[in-house]
Design a protein around this ligand. Sequence first.
Ligand SMILES: Cc1cc2nc3c(=O)[nH]c(=O)nc-3n(C[C@H](O)[C@H](O)[C@H](O)COP(=O)(O)OP(=O)(O)OC[C@H]3O[C@@H](n4cnc5c(N)ncnc54)[C@H](O)[C@@H]3O)c2cc1C
Length: 460
Amino acid sequence: MNAYEYTYDIAVIGGGPAGLAAAITAARGGRRVLLLEKNGFLGGNMTLGLPLLGFLDEHGARCIAGFGEELVTRLRARGAAYSHRFCPKHNSVTNIDAEQVKLLAIEMCREAGVDVLLHLETQHVDREGGRIRSVTLRGKCNKVTVCADLFIDCTGDGDLAYLAGCSYNKGRGANEELMPPTVMFTLEGVEIDKLLDHVAAHPEEMAASCASIDTKAGYDAAYFRADPNFVFVGMTALFTRLKTEGKCPVERGNMIIIHGLHPGQVYVNTSRLLHTDATDILDLTHAELEGHLQVGQLVDMFREHVPGFARCYVSSIAPNLGVRETRRFRGVKTLTVEEALSASVPEDSICLSGYKIDIHKDCETATLFQTVDKPFGVPWGCLVSAEVDNLLFAGRCISVDESVIGSTRVMPCCMATGQAAAVGALLALSHGQDPAKVNVKDIRAELLRQGAVLYQLSEN
Ligand SMILES: Cc1cc2nc3c(=O)[nH]c(=O)nc-3n(C[C@H](O)[C@H](O)[C@H](O)COP(=O)(O)OP(=O)(O)OC[C@H]3O[C@@H](n4cnc5c(N)ncnc54)[C@H](O)[C@@H]3O)c2cc1C
């Protein structure tokens, strides 16, 4: 077995939206940074075909910029992203080309001087009292041990923090109900105009499939026709009928499609794997297998019943199950839904989140959407482990309560926490301090200098 040992200033585990932002920002700050990723590519869930949600708030005002904005600008320069568009249902949508993200991620890491190792999954954490001394990862019968002054957990599931023995919560309520995952897939050959003609003639197809979904007026065929940068959530009447007839293969009340960057291309977010804990390998395997089968069944159903889909074909199935939720780790601070909904922006906020509280329930059809009227601040302490001195969290696994994750989990917010974690890590290293001791005013000043948004802006 090949065994490698490395020493870095900062090790970032997980190369999704949070990890890319963290590693690239940290390397730009002049530190030696190693990014470790279990897949054979970078980008995490940004490569599934999902739109970037949350750059704009409920009223169309800008609440995220910084690294995320740079990424979108660079994708746009290569025709691989639309601009931010106000959406009556999702606040804003920014559709991106899933494959181009993989290429840009490598380029940006190289430019910044991030060292990258792929095909490595975190296996063991060596702790010395309150600090992580080293992390061991394995892949292809190789062993890699990394010592670093600071570790940033960007694995989504918080695998590093879990192996370091940190406390966490999972899901909602006594049963720890988790949002169900989805196998994303891409269709080509879709005649989108036929779908839009159909919903223009049948507005009942756009009815919400669940009472808690709040959508502003104007989420209709005219909105979709005006600009291909849209996320379509609809066909409620059809799904209801097909379910009654036993012809709908998924436990959903509607279809979600994301218009791609190319004519006839849509990304489909409609499979649903109930009762899945994606940190359990048996559940994960079951969900991957069943999810793939759902893709075939859904495509058959779309071809037969959904206008515009008669000649569609599957051009790709996402390489990983799309996991919405698993562990949330205990930070120095845990942000609560009361604070979020009161639009609290404390002085130690390192980013804003203005996206709705969007919780997919682990039952047949329901999605719980709660309006976030004004963006709330995410405090620095949500990124700082309460139990391990040299560990930071960024992305989906940060320290928020079971409702707030419905807002902070979207990818622009994950990038914002990744960028902030790196800025805080750099300051900690330069002052010889632990992250918990860093002056948050200095983090905020540097984030503002890097173009991040820390106060709500009135224009986008
Ligand atoms: C079906 C679905 C629909 C969604 N819809 C949207 C949407 O429309 N818009 C939006 O903005 N957000 C959406 N989200 C949420 C968003 O995609 C995630 O919350 C976000 O990507 C989390 O970012 P992250 O960087 O924390 O984790 P991830 O994107 O999951 O990246 C984590 C990275 O870490 C790697 N990794 C994991 N474990 C290990 C390990 N042990 N060792 C090494 N590497 C590891 C993974 O391979 C991955 O590359 C959706 C999520 C899902 C699943």
